[in-house]
Design a protein around this ligand. Structure first.
Ligand code: NDP
Length: 289
């Protein structure tokens, strides 16, 4: 028995499963293949990867070998900083398609919003028109970065993938995104395994009331809040338990208690000085070219 996961429709009509599987920090030593196959076997159809995770090839192999029809799975990848600007982005898109072994990606994001973002966006818009990408988005855009770049885009992003968990609920950017019906995708939806979050007494109390665990309550809260999630785990029992959130509902008062946990701060502030330089120094997606 596999769980049926609901979808949400992006502003361009593309349907995206509200629950997927994240692959950041899963090595390409067979572990990514194994974890993605595990997730697919359980009924997950949405996989989030990036060229900077160095595991696109294993994600692609896993979805292709699963036997699941292409139109039933949803693969997101992301363009890395080194490949911004129009020409470089065109090549970056082709590289991701080749590594994934797919004719098209379902969603493609500007991973880190620094440098020639508008040039990269133009190449992505073209790739969408050519059918190489079904939907487009950005990631790590704060209100400041959004206001810097998005007014230069011809078309609006359809998603913004940002850090989100009950301790960091992104109130400011959500207001801007809501005006344009841009969906929020949560990275780090479990606070990247933050032990304090997973032991938070408000969350464990709600979990006990529903016979669920803290991770399930966090993910249920996020999905009920209209947010798209794709927690990562390499542990089969967690991959299975994390997705077991579609048979219960948080009450409005429980939702409000969860909303009350917001501290307005996360682990990463994209507005900080030097972020682009740090990322470029630490992730070289062309190291093996
Ligand atoms: P998550 O919030 O999904 O947390 C993953 C961590 O939590 C892992 O260490 C995992 O360990 C642990 N974990 C998973 N389930 C549980 C559980 N039920 N109880 C306790 N611990 C648990 O963080 P991610 O950073 O992975 O975010 C999700 C996805 O978002 C990424 O995989 C990636 O696809 C994307 N992402 C995008 C970013 C961006 O810049 N756009 C940045 C970061 C992530 P274990 O594997 O041992 O179970």
């Amino acid at each position: 028995m596999t769980t049926k996961i609901p979808t949400v429709t992006l502003n361009d009509g593309v349907k995206i499963p509200v629950y997927g599987f994240g692959t950041f920090r899963i090595p390409a030593d067979g572990s990514t293949y194994k974890a993605v196959r595990e997730a697919l076997d359980l009924g997950i159809r949405h996989i989030d990867t990036a060229v900077a995770y160095f595991n696109e090839a294993e994600v692609g192999k896993a979805v292709r070998e699963s036997g699941i029809p292409r139109e039933e799975f949803f693969v997101t990848s992301k363009l890395w900083l080194q490949d911004y600007g129009y020409e470089a982005a065109k090549k970056g898109i082709e590289t991701s398609l080749r590594k994934l072994g797919l004719d098209y990606m379902d969603l493609y994001l500007i991973h880190q919003p620094y440098g020639d973002v508008p040039g990269a966006w133009r190449a992505m818009e073209e790739a969408k028109a050519e059918g190489k990408i079904r939907s487009l988005g950005v990631s790590n855009m704060t209100p400041k970065i959004w206001n810097q770049f998005v007014p230069q885009f011809k078309t609006m992003p359809f998603v913004n993938q940002v850090e989100f968990n009950p301790y960091y609920q992104q109130q400011e950017i959500r207001k801007i995104m809501a005006e344009h019906d841009v969906k929020l995708e949560a990275w780090g939806p479990l606070g990247q395994g933050n032990a304090n979050l997973l032991k938070d007494p408000v969350i464990t109390k709600i979990a006990d009331a529903h016979g669920k665990n803290a991770g399930q309550v966090i993910l249920r809260f996020e999905v009920q809040e209209g947010i798209i999630v794709f927690p990562k785990s390499t542990k089969p029992e967690r991959i299975k338990s994390n997705m077991d959130i579609f048979d219960f509902e948080l009450t409005e008062s429980e939702m409000n208690e969860m909303r009350g946990l917001d501290t307005g701060k996360g682990v990463h502030n994209p507005d900080n000085e030097g972020v682009a330089e740090f990322l470029l120094a630490n992730y070289d997606v062309h190291a093996n070219d």
